[in-house]
Design a protein around this ligand. Structure first.
Ligand code: PMP
Length: 370
Protein backbone atom coordinates (compact mmCIF):
# COMPACT_ATOMS: atom_id res chain seq x y z
CA UNK A 1 0.00 0.00 0.00
CA UNK A 2 1.31 3.43 -0.78
CA UNK A 3 1.15 6.45 1.53
CA UNK A 4 0.65 9.98 0.30
CA UNK A 5 4.35 10.62 0.92
CA UNK A 6 5.24 7.98 -1.66
CA UNK A 7 3.27 9.93 -4.31
CA UNK A 8 4.65 12.71 -6.50
CA UNK A 9 3.05 15.38 -4.27
CA UNK A 10 3.76 19.08 -4.71
CA UNK A 11 6.57 19.95 -2.28
CA UNK A 12 4.51 22.45 -0.32
CA UNK A 13 1.88 19.76 0.47
CA UNK A 14 4.38 17.28 1.95
CA UNK A 15 3.87 16.62 5.66
CA UNK A 16 0.77 18.84 5.83
CA UNK A 17 -2.64 17.94 7.32
CA UNK A 18 -6.02 18.62 5.71
CA UNK A 19 -8.59 20.92 7.37
CA UNK A 20 -10.35 18.75 9.89
CA UNK A 21 -12.64 19.71 12.73
CA UNK A 22 -13.42 16.40 14.46
CA UNK A 23 -16.91 15.10 13.54
CA UNK A 24 -17.59 13.13 16.75
CA UNK A 25 -20.86 11.60 17.84
CA UNK A 26 -21.39 13.56 21.06
CA UNK A 27 -24.66 14.78 22.66
CA UNK A 28 -23.75 18.49 22.46
CA UNK A 29 -21.77 19.55 19.38
CA UNK A 30 -20.68 23.18 19.57
CA UNK A 31 -17.48 23.02 17.55
CA UNK A 32 -18.06 24.15 13.96
CA UNK A 33 -19.98 27.43 14.24
CA UNK A 34 -23.07 25.96 12.64
CA UNK A 35 -26.54 27.32 13.28
CA UNK A 36 -28.23 24.82 15.66
CA UNK A 37 -31.73 25.38 14.29
CA UNK A 38 -32.92 23.14 11.46
CA UNK A 39 -34.59 25.03 8.61
CA UNK A 40 -38.29 25.75 9.27
CA UNK A 41 -40.70 23.24 7.75
CA UNK A 42 -42.26 25.76 5.34
CA UNK A 43 -38.82 26.50 3.93
CA UNK A 44 -38.04 22.79 3.62
CA UNK A 45 -41.24 22.46 1.57
CA UNK A 46 -40.35 25.46 -0.59
CA UNK A 47 -36.93 23.96 -1.25
CA UNK A 48 -38.61 20.71 -2.32
CA UNK A 49 -40.82 22.65 -4.77
CA UNK A 50 -37.96 24.64 -6.23
CA UNK A 51 -35.70 21.59 -6.47
CA UNK A 52 -38.47 19.60 -8.15
CA UNK A 53 -38.77 22.33 -10.77
CA UNK A 54 -34.99 22.32 -11.25
CA UNK A 55 -34.98 18.50 -11.50
CA UNK A 56 -37.23 18.68 -14.55
CA UNK A 57 -34.44 20.54 -16.34
CA UNK A 58 -31.41 18.64 -15.04
CA UNK A 59 -30.66 17.39 -18.57
CA UNK A 60 -29.45 20.96 -19.21
CA UNK A 61 -26.52 22.77 -17.63
CA UNK A 62 -27.54 25.36 -15.00
CA UNK A 63 -27.40 29.12 -15.49
CA UNK A 64 -23.62 29.49 -15.64
CA UNK A 65 -23.76 33.07 -14.38
CA UNK A 66 -26.40 32.36 -11.69
CA UNK A 67 -27.99 35.73 -12.46
CA UNK A 68 -31.27 35.21 -10.60
CA UNK A 69 -29.45 34.03 -7.48
CA UNK A 70 -26.92 36.89 -7.62
CA UNK A 71 -29.80 39.36 -8.04
CA UNK A 72 -31.50 38.02 -4.91
CA UNK A 73 -28.23 38.01 -2.95
CA UNK A 74 -27.70 41.63 -4.02
CA UNK A 75 -31.20 42.50 -2.81
CA UNK A 76 -30.50 40.80 0.51
CA UNK A 77 -27.25 42.76 0.97
CA UNK A 78 -28.90 46.02 -0.07
CA UNK A 79 -31.65 45.46 2.47
CA UNK A 80 -29.53 44.29 5.40
CA UNK A 81 -25.99 45.57 4.97
CA UNK A 82 -26.49 49.29 4.49
CA UNK A 83 -25.37 49.70 0.88
CA UNK A 84 -27.05 49.32 -2.51
CA UNK A 85 -25.48 46.66 -4.74
CA UNK A 86 -26.66 45.00 -7.93
CA UNK A 87 -25.96 41.57 -9.35
CA UNK A 88 -22.96 42.84 -11.31
CA UNK A 89 -21.23 43.45 -7.96
CA UNK A 90 -22.10 40.04 -6.52
CA UNK A 91 -20.61 36.64 -7.27
CA UNK A 92 -21.56 33.28 -5.73
CA UNK A 93 -19.81 29.93 -5.33
CA UNK A 94 -19.93 26.66 -3.38
CA UNK A 95 -19.33 28.11 0.08
CA UNK A 96 -17.23 31.13 0.86
CA UNK A 97 -14.28 28.73 0.86
CA UNK A 98 -14.72 28.46 -2.91
CA UNK A 99 -15.13 32.24 -3.17
CA UNK A 100 -11.78 32.60 -1.39
CA UNK A 101 -10.23 29.93 -3.59
CA UNK A 102 -11.39 31.70 -6.76
CA UNK A 103 -10.04 35.02 -5.44
CA UNK A 104 -6.66 33.44 -4.73
CA UNK A 105 -6.58 31.68 -8.09
CA UNK A 106 -7.26 35.04 -9.72
CA UNK A 107 -5.16 37.42 -7.62
CA UNK A 108 -2.68 35.13 -5.84
CA UNK A 109 -0.87 32.07 -7.21
CA UNK A 110 2.77 31.09 -7.74
CA UNK A 111 5.19 33.94 -7.04
CA UNK A 112 2.53 35.91 -5.17
CA UNK A 113 1.71 36.22 -1.46
CA UNK A 114 -1.29 36.62 0.83
CA UNK A 115 -1.17 38.04 4.34
CA UNK A 116 -3.58 37.44 7.23
CA UNK A 117 -3.57 38.36 10.90
CA UNK A 118 -3.36 35.23 13.02
CA UNK A 119 -4.99 33.58 14.85
CA UNK A 120 -7.66 33.73 12.17
CA UNK A 121 -9.65 31.43 9.91
CA UNK A 122 -7.16 28.68 9.10
CA UNK A 123 -8.52 28.16 5.57
CA UNK A 124 -7.13 31.53 4.45
CA UNK A 125 -3.66 30.04 4.85
CA UNK A 126 -4.65 26.56 3.61
CA UNK A 127 -6.34 27.82 0.44
CA UNK A 128 -3.34 30.05 -0.17
CA UNK A 129 -1.13 26.98 0.02
CA UNK A 130 -3.51 25.02 -2.23
CA UNK A 131 -3.37 27.73 -4.88
CA UNK A 132 0.43 28.07 -4.69
CA UNK A 133 0.19 31.46 -2.99
CA UNK A 134 2.87 32.22 -0.37
CA UNK A 135 1.42 32.81 3.12
CA UNK A 136 2.49 35.59 5.47
CA UNK A 137 1.31 35.66 9.09
CA UNK A 138 0.63 39.21 10.33
CA UNK A 139 0.50 40.42 13.94
CA UNK A 140 -2.31 40.87 16.46
CA UNK A 141 -2.37 42.54 19.86
CA UNK A 142 -2.62 40.41 23.03
CA UNK A 143 -6.37 41.16 23.13
CA UNK A 144 -6.65 39.73 19.56
CA UNK A 145 -7.43 43.07 17.89
CA UNK A 146 -5.29 43.86 14.85
CA UNK A 147 -2.14 45.81 15.72
CA UNK A 148 -2.70 48.41 13.02
CA UNK A 149 0.74 50.02 13.04
CA UNK A 150 2.51 46.66 13.00
CA UNK A 151 0.12 45.56 10.23
CA UNK A 152 0.92 48.64 8.15
CA UNK A 153 4.63 47.94 8.58
CA UNK A 154 4.15 44.26 7.59
CA UNK A 155 2.22 45.29 4.47
CA UNK A 156 4.85 47.87 3.50
CA UNK A 157 7.67 45.38 4.06
CA UNK A 158 6.19 42.26 2.40
CA UNK A 159 4.02 43.94 -0.26
CA UNK A 160 1.40 41.14 -0.31
CA UNK A 161 -0.90 40.73 -3.32
CA UNK A 162 -3.85 39.78 -1.11
CA UNK A 163 -4.65 40.86 2.47
CA UNK A 164 -7.26 38.98 4.53
CA UNK A 165 -9.23 40.78 7.22
CA UNK A 166 -11.69 38.52 9.02
CA UNK A 167 -14.46 40.45 10.76
CA UNK A 168 -15.84 39.15 13.06
CA UNK A 169 -12.67 37.11 13.32
CA UNK A 170 -12.77 33.35 13.65
CA UNK A 171 -11.77 31.95 16.20
CA UNK A 172 -11.55 35.00 18.47
CA UNK A 173 -14.94 36.66 17.69
CA UNK A 174 -13.28 40.07 17.38
CA UNK A 175 -14.85 42.60 15.00
CA UNK A 176 -12.63 44.96 13.00
CA UNK A 177 -13.65 48.61 12.82
CA UNK A 178 -14.04 50.61 9.64
CA UNK A 179 -11.06 52.85 10.41
CA UNK A 180 -8.75 49.83 10.66
CA UNK A 181 -9.93 48.39 7.34
CA UNK A 182 -9.43 51.77 5.68
CA UNK A 183 -5.88 52.04 7.02
CA UNK A 184 -5.04 48.50 5.88
CA UNK A 185 -6.54 49.20 2.46
CA UNK A 186 -4.50 52.39 2.14
CA UNK A 187 -1.34 50.54 3.20
CA UNK A 188 -2.06 47.74 0.71
CA UNK A 189 -2.57 50.25 -2.12
CA UNK A 190 0.58 52.18 -1.20
CA UNK A 191 2.66 48.99 -1.12
CA UNK A 192 1.55 48.05 -4.65
CA UNK A 193 1.05 51.38 -6.44
CA UNK A 194 0.59 49.90 -9.93
CA UNK A 195 -2.57 47.83 -9.44
CA UNK A 196 -3.14 47.97 -5.69
CA UNK A 197 -3.50 44.81 -3.60
CA UNK A 198 -6.72 42.90 -3.02
CA UNK A 199 -8.15 43.32 0.49
CA UNK A 200 -10.64 40.58 1.33
CA UNK A 201 -12.94 41.28 4.26
CA UNK A 202 -14.29 37.88 5.33
CA UNK A 203 -17.67 38.62 6.91
CA UNK A 204 -18.85 35.02 7.26
CA UNK A 205 -20.28 35.98 10.67
CA UNK A 206 -21.33 39.52 9.72
CA UNK A 207 -25.01 39.07 10.58
CA UNK A 208 -24.16 38.23 14.22
CA UNK A 209 -22.15 41.39 14.84
CA UNK A 210 -23.07 44.28 17.13
CA UNK A 211 -21.63 46.53 14.39
CA UNK A 212 -22.91 47.30 10.89
CA UNK A 213 -21.50 45.47 7.89
CA UNK A 214 -18.34 46.80 6.22
CA UNK A 215 -20.07 46.44 2.83
CA UNK A 216 -20.35 50.23 2.20
CA UNK A 217 -16.54 50.39 2.08
CA UNK A 218 -16.47 48.68 -1.34
CA UNK A 219 -17.76 51.92 -2.89
CA UNK A 220 -14.94 53.61 -4.79
CA UNK A 221 -12.42 50.97 -3.66
CA UNK A 222 -11.90 48.68 -6.65
CA UNK A 223 -9.81 46.10 -4.82
CA UNK A 224 -11.85 45.79 -1.61
CA UNK A 225 -13.87 42.57 -1.56
CA UNK A 226 -16.47 41.52 1.00
CA UNK A 227 -17.04 37.78 1.40
CA UNK A 228 -20.19 36.29 2.94
CA UNK A 229 -21.86 32.91 3.38
CA UNK A 230 -25.27 31.27 3.80
CA UNK A 231 -23.65 28.65 6.10
CA UNK A 232 -24.08 30.59 9.34
CA UNK A 233 -26.86 33.20 9.51
CA UNK A 234 -29.03 31.33 7.00
CA UNK A 235 -28.52 28.06 8.88
CA UNK A 236 -27.59 26.37 5.62
CA UNK A 237 -24.06 24.99 6.06
CA UNK A 238 -25.08 21.89 4.11
CA UNK A 239 -26.13 23.98 1.12
CA UNK A 240 -22.59 25.21 0.34
CA UNK A 241 -23.32 28.75 -0.82
CA UNK A 242 -20.96 31.65 -0.34
CA UNK A 243 -20.82 34.97 -2.13
CA UNK A 244 -18.81 38.13 -2.53
CA UNK A 245 -19.58 41.78 -3.15
CA UNK A 246 -17.05 43.99 -4.90
CA UNK A 247 -16.45 46.22 -7.88
CA UNK A 248 -17.93 44.58 -11.02
CA UNK A 249 -14.40 44.27 -12.42
CA UNK A 250 -13.53 41.82 -9.60
CA UNK A 251 -16.60 39.77 -10.50
CA UNK A 252 -15.48 39.77 -14.14
CA UNK A 253 -11.96 38.75 -13.12
CA UNK A 254 -13.00 35.65 -11.15
CA UNK A 255 -14.78 34.39 -14.28
CA UNK A 256 -11.28 33.65 -15.61
CA UNK A 257 -10.81 30.84 -13.07
CA UNK A 258 -14.28 29.60 -12.08
CA UNK A 259 -15.22 26.20 -13.42
CA UNK A 260 -18.03 26.36 -15.96
CA UNK A 261 -21.42 25.66 -14.31
CA UNK A 262 -19.78 25.48 -10.86
CA UNK A 263 -23.10 26.16 -9.06
CA UNK A 264 -25.46 23.26 -9.67
CA UNK A 265 -29.10 23.91 -10.58
CA UNK A 266 -30.04 22.21 -7.29
CA UNK A 267 -27.81 24.55 -5.30
CA UNK A 268 -29.19 27.62 -7.07
CA UNK A 269 -32.79 26.49 -6.53
CA UNK A 270 -32.19 25.76 -2.83
CA UNK A 271 -30.43 29.05 -2.19
CA UNK A 272 -33.23 30.97 -3.92
CA UNK A 273 -35.81 29.22 -1.71
CA UNK A 274 -33.81 30.13 1.42
CA UNK A 275 -33.61 33.76 0.30
CA UNK A 276 -37.42 33.86 0.14
CA UNK A 277 -37.40 33.13 3.90
CA UNK A 278 -34.78 35.64 4.96
CA UNK A 279 -36.92 37.28 7.64
CA UNK A 280 -37.64 34.02 9.47
CA UNK A 281 -33.99 33.01 9.29
CA UNK A 282 -32.80 36.38 10.57
CA UNK A 283 -35.17 35.83 13.52
CA UNK A 284 -33.01 32.85 14.52
CA UNK A 285 -29.97 35.10 14.25
CA UNK A 286 -31.45 37.42 16.87
CA UNK A 287 -32.03 34.44 19.20
CA UNK A 288 -28.48 33.24 18.65
CA UNK A 289 -27.05 36.68 19.37
CA UNK A 290 -28.91 36.68 22.69
CA UNK A 291 -27.61 33.17 23.43
CA UNK A 292 -24.07 34.25 22.49
CA UNK A 293 -24.32 37.12 24.98
CA UNK A 294 -25.68 34.71 27.60
CA UNK A 295 -22.67 32.42 27.03
CA UNK A 296 -20.34 35.36 27.59
CA UNK A 297 -22.04 36.21 30.90
CA UNK A 298 -22.21 32.56 32.00
CA UNK A 299 -18.56 31.92 31.18
CA UNK A 300 -17.46 35.02 33.08
CA UNK A 301 -19.59 33.97 36.06
CA UNK A 302 -17.82 30.59 35.94
CA UNK A 303 -14.51 32.44 36.28
CA UNK A 304 -13.41 32.21 32.65
CA UNK A 305 -11.81 34.94 30.60
CA UNK A 306 -13.80 35.70 27.45
CA UNK A 307 -12.81 37.56 24.30
CA UNK A 308 -15.60 40.03 23.37
CA UNK A 309 -17.58 38.37 20.58
CA UNK A 310 -19.42 39.70 17.54
CA UNK A 311 -19.95 36.23 16.10
CA UNK A 312 -22.08 33.15 16.86
CA UNK A 313 -19.24 31.71 18.96
CA UNK A 314 -17.18 32.72 21.96
CA UNK A 315 -13.48 32.28 22.68
CA UNK A 316 -12.90 31.42 26.33
CA UNK A 317 -10.01 30.46 28.63
CA UNK A 318 -7.52 30.71 29.88
CA UNK A 319 -6.37 27.20 30.53
CA UNK A 320 -2.88 26.07 31.44
CA UNK A 321 -3.45 23.27 28.91
CA UNK A 322 -6.31 24.00 26.52
CA UNK A 323 -6.26 20.53 25.01
CA UNK A 324 -6.75 18.99 28.44
CA UNK A 325 -9.71 21.36 29.01
CA UNK A 326 -11.13 20.37 25.58
CA UNK A 327 -10.91 16.71 26.59
CA UNK A 328 -12.49 17.33 30.01
CA UNK A 329 -15.48 19.05 28.35
CA UNK A 330 -15.75 16.18 25.90
CA UNK A 331 -15.89 13.75 28.83
CA UNK A 332 -18.97 15.76 29.93
CA UNK A 333 -20.54 15.20 26.51
CA UNK A 334 -19.76 18.63 25.07
CA UNK A 335 -17.65 19.07 21.93
CA UNK A 336 -16.02 22.50 21.57
CA UNK A 337 -13.13 23.57 19.34
CA UNK A 338 -9.45 23.67 20.11
CA UNK A 339 -8.11 25.97 17.41
CA UNK A 340 -4.56 25.69 18.69
CA UNK A 341 -4.61 29.16 20.28
CA UNK A 342 -2.62 28.47 23.45
CA UNK A 343 -4.82 28.78 26.55
CA UNK A 344 -8.09 29.28 24.66
CA UNK A 345 -11.01 27.24 23.36
CA UNK A 346 -13.99 28.23 21.22
CA UNK A 347 -17.64 27.38 21.72
CA UNK A 348 -20.43 27.91 19.19
CA UNK A 349 -23.73 29.31 20.45
CA UNK A 350 -26.24 26.46 20.29
CA UNK A 351 -29.83 26.11 21.41
CA UNK A 352 -30.63 27.31 24.96
CA UNK A 353 -30.54 23.67 26.16
CA UNK A 354 -27.18 22.99 24.52
CA UNK A 355 -25.76 26.17 26.00
CA UNK A 356 -27.03 25.22 29.46
CA UNK A 357 -25.36 21.81 29.12
CA UNK A 358 -22.15 23.52 28.02
CA UNK A 359 -22.16 26.01 30.91
CA UNK A 360 -22.81 23.23 33.36
CA UNK A 361 -19.87 21.25 31.94
CA UNK A 362 -17.67 24.36 32.17
CA UNK A 363 -18.58 24.87 35.80
CA UNK A 364 -17.74 21.22 36.47
CA UNK A 365 -14.31 21.28 34.83
CA UNK A 366 -12.89 24.79 35.18
CA UNK A 367 -12.01 24.78 38.86
CA UNK A 368 -9.70 21.78 38.44
CA UNK A 369 -8.06 22.91 35.22
CA UNK A 370 -7.20 26.60 35.40
N1 PMP B 1 -14.88 32.28 6.57
C1 PMP B 1 -14.86 32.06 7.88
C2 PMP B 1 -14.30 33.11 8.76
C3 PMP B 1 -15.37 30.87 8.41
O1 PMP B 1 -15.31 30.65 9.73
C4 PMP B 1 -15.90 29.89 7.53
C5 PMP B 1 -16.49 28.59 8.01
N2 PMP B 1 -16.05 28.06 9.15
C6 PMP B 1 -15.87 30.17 6.17
C7 PMP B 1 -15.36 31.37 5.72
C8 PMP B 1 -16.32 29.18 5.15
O2 PMP B 1 -17.63 28.96 5.17
P1 PMP B 1 -18.42 28.29 3.97
O3 PMP B 1 -17.43 27.72 3.01
O4 PMP B 1 -19.27 27.27 4.63
O5 PMP B 1 -19.18 29.42 3.37
Amino acid sequence: MSTIDSLPLRDELRGKSPYGAPQLDVPVRLNTNENPYPLPEELVERIAERVTEAARRLNRYPDRDAVELRTELARYLTRTAGHRVGHAQVWAANGSNEVIQQLLQTFGGPGRTALGFEPSYSMHALISRGTGTGWLSGPRNADFTIDVEAAERAIAEHRPDVVFVCSPNNPTGTAVDEATVLRLYAAAQAARPEYGALVVVDEAYGEFSHHPSLLPLIEGRPTLVLSRTMSKAFGAAGLRLGYLAADPAVVDAVQLVRLPYHLSAVTQATALAALEHTDTLLGYVEQLKAERDRLVTGLRAAGCEVTPSDANFVQFGRFADSHEAWQALLAHGVLVRDNGVPGWLRVTAGTPEENDAFLEAVRAVTKDLK
